[in-house]
Design a protein around this ligand. Structure first.
Ligand code: NAP
Ligand code: MG
Length: 503
């Protein structure tokens, strides 16, 4: 593993100016102080240093934000045409591009991700996503239905459906990719005419606050988008349980997902969940290894493994096992570890000291249980919450690092030496999760047979984690409820009203 400069380059003046402000909560188009008067510190995981403070919103602030969102549902926002909602989303994409440098720096400082990733996200992923959803408002249509209720004859009755916004959406998101997580909630909410109360992760509140300002600049009416920073157990729990919220859109751990479902029972609000993963990467002997090796490394180590789709269970045919393991380990050993603002950095820190200890715990368990540690496994001595990309070979299904979602850069390799697809699929599906997965082979027939057997919301062939605004994304089993992205991603934000007119 290459070591890099410990002192990161400074962010530009726009980001510095933003960081130095005393941040409030964004409620009803205004910046307001939290009712409790409490704030919390925000840290740069690349240095461990405090970089900002944010307001600790609690139940009373959630009440105010939900009230604003409910009022806004029937205000000027309800009079926006579909085309106007589309234009607003397009404008938001333009504003993200105009403020890209600042957003890139804030995202890196808050979350730790390497510059190249933040640049790609802010300059491409986020604007493309808003523009994709900018095209949808004008295409959200109901249906006319050839029905004959109560013995009516055709021509005596017209039945049709309206697609209406579900109402006030509570969005709760994690820290691993703050801007994309915000984007996947905000875009469909605005496209469908909903209003939103967003609770970002306490570890990464910054870009959500900046985006709230950009929403105002784009012309989002007051109360339509509200951002309440704070903690999960207080602000998050109050939002999930709130009787004035019609729907919760949650992304985070399966454990907290269960709490959200319980909290939602009070008013039986609708719930969509994007939860954890433990995705398999299956490599057959005929696969193009020059693609498999970088592909498998990226599948696991992207965002330091803090990625719900991460391909953390690598199943390789015995014939090519050693070459694949050595190739991936070679990439892991030579990845440039460093602060995200350093352009040469390819691998950033984990989000927190606590997360690093969690990852270390899984690695120690893997060693104890007899896994073969091929590379990594430790934390370099430098400031920040860095942990080396780690590869374990000769793992078994019952080992702790193979079973649990580590959410860190730990790859577990297992091998197979037969062609029994049912058996290989049973291994791949031997998890409570079902988010993503990939199959690597030049034999398209084999690939398609395997794809059908994998129980997950997404499967890719000769690539891992194919993301695009138009491709539905979400989990089977305990990886979630519902889908985001694409046309399907609008569904959780809409309700259907069936209307019948007799004359
Ligand atoms: P987390 O602990 O579940 O937290 C997610 C969000 O929920 C945070 O905003 C958190 O607030 C809040 N929260 C915590 N307790 C709550 C409660 N009792 N009621 C309401 N909200 C509560 O997850 P994380 O550690 O931030 O993120 C990692 C997890 O997210 C992993 O499991 C990963 O797989 C999953 N994830 C899934 C996807 C997907 O699309 N499927 C994408 C990314 C990540 P605090 O920040 O204050 O804790
Ligand atoms: Mg932070």
């Amino acid at each position: 593993m290459s070591r890099m400069n410990v002192v990161p380059p400074s962010p530009g003046p726009a980001a510095q100016n933003f960081l130095s402000r005393a941040h409030g909560l964004f409620i009803n188009g205004q910046w307001v102080a939290p009712r409790s008067g409490k704030h919390f510190d925000v840290f740069d995981p690349g240095t461990g240093q405090k970089i900002a403070t944010a307001a600790a919103g609690e139940a009373a602030d959630i009440d105010a934000a939900v009230a604003a969102a409910r009022t806004a549902l029937t205000g000027p926002w309800a009079k926006f045409t579909a085309a106007e909602r589309g234009k607003l989303l397009w404008k938001l994409a333009d504003l993200v591009e105009q403020h890209a440098q600042e957003l890139i720096e804030l995202e890196i400082l808050d979350n730790g991700q390497p510059l190249a990733i933040a640049q790609y996200v802010v300059r491409h992923v986020v604007p493309d996503f808003f523009r994709y959803y900018a095209g949808w408002p004008t295409k959200i249509e109901g249906a006319t239905i050839p029905a004959a209720p109560q013995g009516r004859r055709p021509g005596d009755v017209l039945s049709f459906t309206l697609r209406e916004p579900i109402g006030v959406v509570g969005a709760i998101i994690p820290w691993n990719a703050p801007l994309p997580m915000l984007m996947v909630k905000l875009a469909p909410a605005l496209a469908t005419g909903c209003t939103l109360v967003l609770k970002p992760a306490e570890l990464t509140p910054l870009t959500a606050l900046r985006m709230a300002q950009l929403c105002t600049e784009a012309g989002v009416p007051e109360g339509v988008v509200n951002v309440v920073t704070g903690f999960g157990e207080t602000a998050g729990a109050a939002l999930a349980a709130h009787p004035g919220v019609d729907k919760i859109a949650f992304t985070g751990s399966t454990e907290v997902g269960r709490l959200i479902v319980k909290a939602a029972t009070g008013n039986l609000k609708k719930v969509s969940l994007e939860l954890g993963g433990k995705s398999p990467v299956i490599v057959f002997a005929d696969a193009a290894l020059e693609q498999v090796i970088p592909g498998a490394a990226r599948a696991c180590f992207f965002l330091q493994g803090q990625n719900c789709m991460a391909g953390t269970r690598l199943y390789v045919h015995e014939k090519v096992h050693d070459r694949v393991v050595e190739g991936v380990a070679q990439i892991a050993r030579t990845m440039q570890l460093g602060h995200g603002l350093d352009p040469a950095s390819q691998f950033g820190p984990l989000i927190s000291a606590e997360q690093r200890e969690r990852v270390r715990g899984f690695v120690e368990a893997g060693k104890r249980e007899g896994g073969e540690l091929v590379c990594g496994g430790g934390a370099p001595t430098r400031p920040g919450y860095f942990f080396e990309p780690t590869v374990f070979a000769r793992m078994r299904a019952d080992m702790t690092p193979v079973k649990g979602e580590i959410f860190g850069p730990v790859l577990c390799v297992q091998s197979f030496d037969d062609s029994d697809l049912d058996r290989i699929a049973a291994e791949a599906n031997n998890t409570i999760y079902g988010l993503s997965g990939s199959v690597w082979t030049r034999d398209i027939g084999l690939a398609m047979q395997m794809v059908r057997r994998i129980d997950s919301g997404q499967v890719s062939v000769n690539m891992h984690a194919a993301l695009d605004p138009a491709i539905p994304f979400g989990g089977n089993k305990q990886s979630g409820w519902g889908r985001e992205f694409g046309k399907e991603g609008l569904e959780p934000y809409l309700k259907t009203k069936a209307i019948s007119v007799a004359w």
